[in-house]
Design a protein around this ligand. Structure first.
Ligand code: FES
Ligand code: FE2
Length: 450
């Protein structure tokens, strides 16, 4: 097999020499002033994900994205394009809409100004009573920049931010063989948690905790740090590419059914044809690539058409700075987004979107790590509050459930007199990098700007 060359922009994400070595003072995890700095220098500068294009199919469909004290709406226009506006009336700023829906125009509930889908005022009562001039056709809502990538709708509040493709660089190129827009969101979860939002940036920027916290994963995705590839990119995004085969270090007890066997059988490979576990893992993994390459069409995996050998079996996991993670697999596209709570720096919202590719004749999508079958149709949102954890016990088969259980302990640890500077493993370099890029933003030195 040919060795995969990392993207030319990739820095070695396991080499601390690629860091400055900034300290990570713990106040950033709870200080309201730090939270204000983040609003001013980070959240108003980045590109946010508002939702999925799938939610905006018809003219007048809109997504409302509430973020901290701000609210933005993204609207499908009559010409098919997307435009975004702050969710505040141009008359005296009343909020226009409260939740995702579809309308021909936006009627302000306060004095009845009516805004077109294009943000231009269409009508208002007592049109002749404005000494400064009739606002109809002239007054507009304040606009935000909108773009799409991966079937996701993005916007930024910053007129000077780089374009979305430059901001995400080189992510769109890394996954150019995927057909994300064809996926179906089979599971849509949003939960309020008791920890600062950066818990997730830290947690998702390392897999060092996986063996301890998620012991069900290594038999499915190799967690060995010496077989994984670590990358950091100039715009602040990081990723790990782990091998989509069992780890040789983590064995299931003899006789226990192995998820890798199931995967091999799906692609007409007999797991019992290998003399031992090592051969099955290493040769079976190569055989799996070859079988997928050969049989994708006849088995109805049409979304494999442009995938590379790496895309077909490996498990890439990227954190898109600062608050999005993506796992673009051959059969699924997982997206996580985590956002600060509007008033409490020690709370956050966490979204998990499980997207799957429809395969002809397949009724359910099975999430390999959660071992959970989900009907292949668009799911409704499931809104939760973690609280003391008792309200989410039915979600205990989710990998992230195991991470949620860590939030209370991190929150108290960050406040402790026993707090020390983190003592990072090389495989945690990306965590440290995240904080350095955050520091750059807060100092007004966001990457990709003059
Ligand atoms: S605030 Fe909207 S019409 Fe007055
Ligand atoms: Fe985790």
């Amino acid at each position: 097999m040919t060795k995969i060359e990392p993207h030319p922009l990739a820095m070695d994400g396991k080499d601390p020499k690629n860091l400055r070595g900034d300290l990570i003072p713990r106040e950033r995890y709870y200080d309201p002033d730090f939270m204000k700095q983040e609003w001013q220098h980070l959240w108003t500068k980045i590109w946010h994900i508002a939702g999925r294009e799938q939610q905006l199919q018809e003219t007048g469909d809109y997504i409302v994205h509430d973020f901290l004290h701000e609210s933005v709406m993204i609207v499908r226009q009559r010409d098919g394009s997307l435009r975004g506006f702050y969710n505040a009336c141009g008359h005296r700023a009343a909020r226009l809409v409260w939740d995702n829906s579809s309308q021909d125009s936006f009627f302000c509930p306060y004095h009845g100004w009516r805004w077109g889908l294009d943000g231009i005022l269409e009508a208002c009562p007592d049109q002749d009573d404005f000494p400064q001039g009739d606002p109809v056709g002239k007054s507009t809502l304040v606009e935000v920049r909108v773009d799409t990538w991966a079937g996701l709708v993005w916007y930024t509040m910053d007129d000077d931010a780089p374009g979305l493709m430059d901001y995400l660089e080189p992510t769109p190129e890394l996954y150019k063989g995927h057909q994300f827009e064809k996926t179906v969101r089979v599971h849509w979860l949003r939960i309020e948690l008791n920890a600062n939002w950066k818990f997730w940036s830290d947690n998702f920027n390392e897999s060092y905790h996986t063996r301890v916290v998620h012991p069900q994963v290594p038999p499915i995705i190799d967690q060995d740090h010496f077989t994984s590839r670590y990358e950091m990119f100039p715009m602040g995004h990081n990723r790990i590419v782990q091998m989509g085969r069992p780890s040789l270090r983590d064995r299931l007890p003899e006789g226990q059914p192995h998820p890798f066997d199931e995967q091999l059988r799906t692609w007409d490979i007999d797991p019992d044809s290998y003399p031992d576990f090592e051969t099955k893992t290493m040769q079976g993994w190569l055989d799996l690539k070859a079988a997928k390459r050969k049989l994708w069409k006849e088995k109805g995996y049409l979304h494999y058409e442009h995938l590379s050998d790496e895309d077909l079996t490996e498990s890439p996991f990227g954190v898109l700075f600062p608050n999005v993670a993506i796992a673009p697999g051959a059969d699924s596209f997982l997206v996580w987004r985590w956002e600060p709570h509007p008033t409490d720096p020690e709370k956050c919202f966490f979204d998990q979107w499980t997207m799957a590719y429809p395969v002809e004749g397949m009724g359910d999508f099975v999430n390999r790590t959660a071992r959970q079958a989900m009907e292949l149709k668009e799911a409704e949102i499931d809104l939760r509050v973690y609280g003391d954890g008792s309200s989410v016990r039915d979600l205990s088969d989710q990998v992230v459930f195991q991470d949620w259980q860590l939030t209370d302990g991190q929150r108290t640890g960050w406040h402790s007199r026993g707090y020390q500077e983190p003592y990072f493993a090389a495989q945690e370099t990306r965590v440290h990098r995240f904080h350095e890029v955050l520091n750059d933003y807060l100092a007004g030195n966001a990457p990709g700007r003059d």
